[in-house]
Design a protein around this ligand. Structure first.
Ligand code: MTE
Ligand code: HPA
Ligand code: MOS
Length: 780
């Protein structure tokens, strides 16, 4: 059998490396795409509302459910005590009760769930529930938790050399703190699950989830039933961004418990405010650092404490804070380092995965350090970044001991963006602009990203696929990944088309389903295509192998003489269309269906010893952003941003371009306009778009130049040598925050220190400007 990948890539309509449109693009824009809420409702379907705690930490003394139970249309009112199985659905360790038991641990926690004939009846009944609380002391912020030593799990340290000594003996030294805000996922489709009872008490659950297997596991657990009777399906999500990695379990469990109690189909579609109050977000961090460096700004030692606000439970926080630690070097070699991650327990919503999974918080911390070094030396931050880049003799191992095998890529990307963005000339122009203007000020910043690809929990780095060829030659692909808009189904169809050598429109990728491909990891860590693409490829190869063996015998040749090319199969001196081959194989009783399973090689991580090679490879990019601020109001715009991201070997350059653009803007939103604000009682007050500002078409840089770098196919044996793309470019948005900081610094002629926490909202920018003006007035 000829190998489709060697020596070159055979051309086929919609094959790999082609920028074909997303399989649902037209359906997305015409409204024809079916989301969970669009599935035609079965007769008798009930709707759900939940009663949320308005206390951060309190004992539940009692509840009065009588009025709610008697309210019109109500079929069930459930509390924790009504859970037939195990009521704790913590994804790693217990700590996440499906409904609050005797204590509430955050304002927004679900206490009571109601199912009624209409949504408004359910909401009205939920409001009739009376809960009697006794308030308990609450720890709200990461800093408070650090002082109280309140943690969801033990702190962890990466240590290389004697960092304290290296800092102390360096020619120069700086220390500081940084507050890094969280972020709401703001997927356009809020959380939703639709649970449908089947015979024997089994359930089919439609869930908007990045992790159907985890939803299946949690539903089985709360019902006290085996997993084999619970099927979970997801055709697509209207965005997940990490918010649908662990969180959908609770929504699905509530729907399942109510379906189980009423024997009716139950839909739980969350209202935006409830979604924002009840479900986890990106972790905010409190960062402290101490850094020693030389006159060139080259770091000699760094000590850093990263305190992540995990909220009331562990959820995925070990992995998130670990990933912040893994990225506290970003693109920079740290000869001596101590990096400690703290997992702060607070009485706030349990924070969770969000695009970058803690990585962005580590990256922004070290970017602040490098920026501060440059400012203290009066150097251009680009030069200090270059001085610290990985690369050169002995400068290619991370603080956790993993070799950076391709360090020069970072310098290459920086070289190209410095040229393409005309960085040096624009720096001069901006200085001239700032000298001319007193009210408006401009800033410029460049930041790189180096992001580790693989789940740091080794067993999650596996995937499976199920491929069927039908007798008409059409192909159905199912795989363990989920579609959240990132285009995984399109890429899987392209891979199957490429391998079979058939046009992509002969391939259909169907909804993710636990009864087609079981035990799949979440679609996360940007590894969806890497993992599932290989599994699809392996499944197709199994079928092709069977076809080649059969055709060799049938056509009196050898399997290696059977070639799949351009919608046809050539065997000896026979040529047949692909449908003819499918039909013939079927008539000769050849199996036309196969699974494939893939496990990422080379990776290991010993968390106890903090050593290993946690990532298969790194994905890198760079960005240059220009900011323009109004020093009288703090308002700002981004006149231009240049982004260059490594998408070498891309399966689909059009989709990857969209991923880079979207991730950059989402990162920009995180560090600029998106502010989560809790009051003194731990109540989130920004729980709707009226108060929580996501980036919009007007936030996007006016001159937005996004380029895919494609010069270096993956040195690792990934699917068609592609590189993961989903999360890494988010971190390039950090350049927008540093550009704002640079513009603020320009107010004082770059002579005064600037402190700008993230997000740099207009208020924060204005306060930072005022701070500089006050220093100038004081002559200090
Ligand atoms: N793109 C869209 N349109 N919607 C999403 O929800 N999630 C991001 C990223 N890109 C997301 C997205 C996150 S958090 C991850 S981990 C990856 O997609 C997951 O998909 P992949 O592994 O297939 O890239
Ligand atoms: N990234 C994203 N999701 C995850 C990870 C990770 O490293 N580990 C567990 N879930
Ligand atoms: Mo993405 S945060 O790994 O779902």
């Amino acid at each position: 059998m000829a190998d489709g990948s060697a020596p070159g890539i055979k051309p086929i309509s919609g094959g790999v490396h082609l920028g074909i449109e997303h399989e649902s693009a037209r359906k997305h824009v015409t409204g024809a795409a079916t989301y969970t809420d669009d599935i035609p409702e079965l007769p008798g379907t009930l709707h759900v509302a939940v009663r949320l705690s308005d206390r951060a930490h309190a004992r539940i003394l009692g509840m009065d459910l009588a009025k709610a139970k008697q309210a019109p249309g109500v079929h069930a009112v459930l509390t924790f005590d009504d859970v037939p199985g195990d009521g704790d659905i913590g994804p790693i360790l217990p700590g996440d009760p499906v409904l609050a038991p005797d204590v509430v641990e955050y304002a927004g926690q679900a206490v009571v769930a109601v199912a009624a004939e209409t949504l408004s009846q359910a909401r009205a009944a939920a409001r009739m529930v009376e809960v009697f609380y006794e308030d308990l002391p609450a720890v709200l912020t990461a800093q408070e938790a650090m002082e109280a030593e309140s943690f969801v799990s033990p702190s962890l340290t990466f240590q290389r050399g004697d960092a304290a000594q290296a800092v102390a003996s360096a020619p120069r030294r700086l220390s500081g703190t940084l507050e890094v805000g969280g972020q709401d996922h703001f997927y356009l489709e809020s959380h939703i699950a639709y649970a449908i009872p089947k015979e024997d008490g089994d359930l089919l659950v439609h869930s908007s989830t990045q992790h159907p297997a985890e939803v299946q596991h949690a539903v089985a657990k709360v019902l006290g039933r085996p997993m084999h009777g619970i099927a979970v399906e997801c055709r697509r999500m209207g965005g997940g961004f990490g918010g649908k990695e662990s969180q959908p379990a609770q929504i699905a469990c509530i729907a399942a418990l109510l379906a189980n109690a009423t024997r009716r189909p139950v839909k739980f579609r969350m209202d935006r405010d409830d979604d924002m109050l009840m479900t986890g977000k990106r972790h905010d961090f409190h960062v402290r650092y101490d850094v020693g460096f030389d006159e060139d700004g080259r770091i000699q030692g760094m000590e850093m404490d990263l305190a992540g606000r995990c909220g009331m439970s562990l959820d995925l926080s070990n992995g998130v804070v670990d990933r912040a630690m893994f990225h506290a070097d970003n693109a920079y070699y740290l000869p001596a380092a101590r990096i400690t991650g703290h997992r702060c327990k607070t009485h706030t919503v349990s924070n969770t995965a969000f695009r970058g999974f803690g990585g962005p918080q580590g990256v922004i911390a070290v970017e602040e350090v490098v920026d501060e070094i440059a400012r203290s030396l009066g150097k251009d931050p680009l030069d200090v970044r270059r001085a610290n880049l990985y690369g050169g003799p002995g400068r290619d191992v991370t603080p956790y001991g993993m070799p950076v095998e391709e360090p020069d890529i970072l310098a290459e990307l920086l070289d190209q963006i410095e040229r393409d963005s005309d960085y040096r000339n624009r720096r001069t122009e901006i200085d001239a602009f700032n000298a001319r203007n007193t009210v408006l000020k401009k800033g410029l910043a460049v930041t790189p990203v180096k992001f580790g690809i693989s789940f740091t929990v080794k067993h999650l780095n596996q995937a499976a696929a199920l491929v069927h060829v039908y007798t008409d030659g059409s192909v159905q692909v199912n795989h363990g990944g989920t579609e959240m808009g990132q285009g995984i189904h399109t890429k899987m169809a392209q891979i199957a088309a490429q391998e079979f050598q058939i046009d992509v429109d002969r391939v259909k990728v169907t909804a993710s389903a636990t009864d087609k491909v079981p035990n799949a990891p979440p679609t996360a860590a940007s590894a969806g295509t890497d993992l599932n693409g290989q599994a699809v490829r392996l499944a197709v190869r199994t079928i092709k192998g069977r076809l080649a063996d059969f055709l060799a015998e049938h056509c009196h040749t050898t399997p290696d003489k059977v070639e799949f090319r351009d919608n046809a199969v050539f065997a000896g001196n026979h040529a047949m269309t692909f449908p003819e081959v499918a039909k013939l194989a079927y008539l000769n009783r050849v199996s036309l269906s196969s699974t494939g399973h893939y496990a990422t090689p080379r990776i290991w991580w010993d968390r106890e010893k903090c050593e290993g090679r946690p990532f298969f490879y790194f994905s890198c990019g760079v960005a240059v952003t220009e900011a323009l601020i109004d020093t009288l109001t703090g308002e700002y715009r981004f006149p231009r941003a240049d982004v260059l991201h490594d998408c070498s070997g891309t399966i689909n350059p059009a989709i990857d371009l969209g991923q880079v653009e979207g991730a950059f803007v989402q990162g920009l939103g995180w560090v600029t306009c998106e502010e989560l604000w809790w009051d003194g009682q731990g109540r989130l007050r920004t729980h709707a778009p009226s108060t929580y500002k996501i980036p919009t078409s007007r936030t996007i840089p006016e001159d937005f130049r996004v380029t895919l770098y494609t010069a270096r196919p993956n040195r690792e044996d990934t699917v068609f040598r592609s590189k993961a793309i989903g999360e890494p470019p988010l971190m390039l948005g950090i350049s927008a925050w540093l550009a704002l900081k640079d513009a603020v610094a320009a107010v004082g002629g770059h002579k005064y220190p600037v402190h700008l926490d993230a997000p740099a909202t207009p208020e924060r920018v204005l306060l930072a400007v005022e701070d500089i003006k006050a220093r100038m007035a004081a002559g200090g």
